[in-house]
Design a protein around this ligand. Structure first.
Ligand SMILES: CC(C)(COP(=O)(O)OP(=O)(O)OC[C@H]1O[C@@H](n2cnc3c(N)ncnc32)[C@H](O)[C@@H]1OP(=O)(O)O)[C@@H](O)C(=O)NCCC(=O)NCCS
Length: 198
């Protein structure tokens, strides 16, 4: 199976349409086609896909983040092609390219159904919790404290109508996530990161 990058915007559009369909992306998705088209101008090598008999079977779209990070925005393998190593092939290839372009960290937000996949690839989980309302950082910190994660808060932010924290959990703590989901106006997601050996 061949991994390649789209050669032009038409091919990139086909790959994005594939991703959109598999992941059932909503029309207002933050990283839409125009976002990836813009990225493609400077870093076309971070959009990759696997094709067989002219049919896209899997794709991964990534973009640089900061100086030395790479954000994997979307990963999708068509339903019929899952469990055959295509997801792993895409992830391994993007890590190789990340290293080539001097990126030290790979970051991503996972769907709940894909968490095991990233753990298998030695990605480290962190729980992202967002609450509606700008003045709720204290509540979030108390939540972390009540669950013995006070020292594991690695990022916090307030603004734009939301309060947010990221807690380094080292494993996937579903109980913690379920509790966080009961906070009013909460959105939670496991984020994953991997430091690349240089
Ligand atoms: C998650 C996904 C990208 C994995 O791709 P894939 O080609 O099926 O994965 P692979 O065949 O390379 O699997 C690698 C390993 O991870 C495991 N794995 C893959 N997906 C898994 C899942 N959803 N849950 C648990 N384990 C999973 C496989 O069993 C395999 O384990 P093994 O090495 O012990 O055999 C693919 O299932 C997918 O597109 N899912 C739907 C969309 C999605 O969740 N995308 C991720 C968004 S963050």
């Amino acid at each position: 199976m061949d991994i390649k990058s789209p050669q032009n915007l038409m091919e990139l559009t086909d790959v994005f349409r594939f991703v959109e369909k598999v992941l059932k992306l909503e029309p207002g998705h933050i990283r839409d086609l125009s976002f990836y088209k813009k990225q493609f101008e400077t870093t076309p090598y971070f959009s990759i896909y696997v094709e067989k008999d002219n049919e896209v079977l899997g794709a991964l779209l990534a973009v640089p983040q900061g100086n030395d990070g790479l954000l994997v925005g979307e990963v999708a393998v068509s339903e019929k092609a899952r469990g055959k190593g295509i997801g792993s092939l895409l992830l391994t290839e993007i890590e190789k390219r990340a290293k080539k372009y001097k990126k030290k960290n790979v970051l991503l937000g996972s769907l709940e159904t894909a968490e095991e996949f990233y753990l298998k690839h030695q990605y480290k989980p962190k729980l992202f919790i967002q609450l509606q309302g700008t003045n709720r950082l204290k509540e979030l910190k108390n939540f972390a404290k009540d669950n013995s994660y006070e020292k594991d808060i690695i990022w916090e932010n307030e603004g734009d109508g939301f309060s947010k924290i990221i807690i380094e959990t080292s494993t996937i703590d579903k109980k913690l996530q379920d509790k966080a989901k009961t906070l009013s106006g909460a959105h939670t997601q496991y984020l994953f990161s991997k430091k690349l050996q240089t």
